[in-house]
Design a protein around this ligand. Structure first.
Ligand SMILES: NC(=O)c1ccc[n+]([C@@H]2O[C@H](COP(=O)([O-])OP(=O)(O)OC[C@H]3O[C@@H](n4cnc5c(N)ncnc54)[C@H](OP(=O)(O)O)[C@@H]3O)[C@@H](O)[C@H]2O)c1
Length: 293
């Protein structure tokens, strides 16, 4: 495997932009590609490195190529597609996919990489925009241990925890567990705050009292203030959550796993989309309850 000095980052969105920034700040030669070129230009202005007009071009000569785009089809487009990174990646380099995508896609990419003697790691992240900006993401990885060990020091530059969960697709399966756990939890938090409001309690005081006890959670800690203020123009978009829950529910059917609450909350998110909240944070489940009054 090649010593990692040059990296390519594909997809400078809410997550990718700061993640790529950490790599450049730590001295790696960073080549970037973004579909909307203006974002790549802004990134180069802020961090240095170089912007390229296609993923294939950006990946030229890179020892490690990192991708963080939207969904399965977006990943295909920038990897195996016409001007995708796999057309220029050299033997001994490694492809890391940070997109939250399906387990099938991870297996598909793993096979495509093997054909070209390129390593592959599916590496979805958790921790949101804040985690990406602060270099404090949790990264769940699937792939071969030798590839993981080689890529680890680079992923560690923007992570609080980077863990190999097993063979290719294990990272995506772990991220599915993460999303399943969050779905029911956020609905519970929304119902609790809704109940507190209806009961005429001071919602902030209620949270101050219960947050340190058994009901406490990351969502409660980080989202209660904006939920009480009815502010949702931030955070992790409902549209992305529905994409993730679709992945979870499809995989669950195949595994014969039963996810009744996840399926129900997915429908609640469809309600939020119908009232115009596709880009709102996932905590907007509370808005749906208030709306129903
Ligand atoms: N935001 C979060 O809190 C969060 C947390 C954990 C995981 N994730 C996951 O991380 C991934 C990225 O999320 P994000 O919030 O960074 O999304 P985002 O802000 O919408 O950025 C998506 C990026 O992908 C690019 N892209 C999308 N489709 C493409 C295509 N077909 N070809 C080329 N580029 C394409 C976009 O380019 P343009 O600039 O041209 O649109 C943009 O750079 C998603 O899978 C999401 O589920 C997000």
């Amino acid at each position: 495997m090649r010593t990692i000095s040059t990296v390519a980052f594909i997809g400078l969105g809410v997550m990718g932009y700061p993640m790529a920034g950490h790599l450049a700040q730590q001295g790696l030669i960073t080549r970037v590609y973004n579909r909307t070129a203006a974002k790549a230009d802004a990134w180069v202005k802020e961090y240095g490195g170089s912007a390229h007009t296609t993923p294939q071009e950006a990946a030229k000569g890179a020892d490690l190529v990192l991708v963080c785009v939207g969904n399965d089809d977006d990943v295909r487009q920038v990897t195996t597609g016409g001007e995708g990174v796999l057309h220029s990646m050299e033997s001994g380099s490694i492809l890391v996919d940070h997109t939250t995508a399906s387990a099938d896609l991870a297996l598909e990419l793993d096979a495509a990489c093997r054909e070209r003697k390129v390593g592959f790691i599916d590496a979805p992240v958790s921790g949101g925009q804040q985690g990406a900006e602060n270099g404090a993401l949790t990264i769940m990885c699937g792939g071969e241990k030798s590839h993981f060990d080689h890529a680890f020091p680079v992923l560690d530059l923007y992570a609080r925890a980077v863990t190999l969960m097993g063979a290719a697709s294990s990272g995506q399966l772990t991220k599915m567990v993460n999303q399943i756990c969050i779905a029911g939890l956020v609905q519970g938090l929304a119902e609790g705050l809704h109940f507190a409001e209806q009961a005429g309690l001071d919602q902030q005081q209620v949270i101050d009292v219960i947050a340190k006890g058994a009901a406490g959670s990351w969502q409660m800690e980080n989202r209660h203030k904006t939920m009480i203020a009815d502010e949702y123009e931030h955070g992790f978009a409902v549209n992305w959550m529905r994409k993730d829950l679709d992945i979870c529910l499809t995989q669950a059917r195949r595994l014969e796993a039963t996810l009744p609450v996840t399926a129900l909350v997915d429908q609640f998110y469809a309600d939020v989309q119908r009232i115009g909240g596709g880009r709102w944070d996932t905590s907007s489940l509370l808005k749906r309850l208030r709306k129903a009054e």
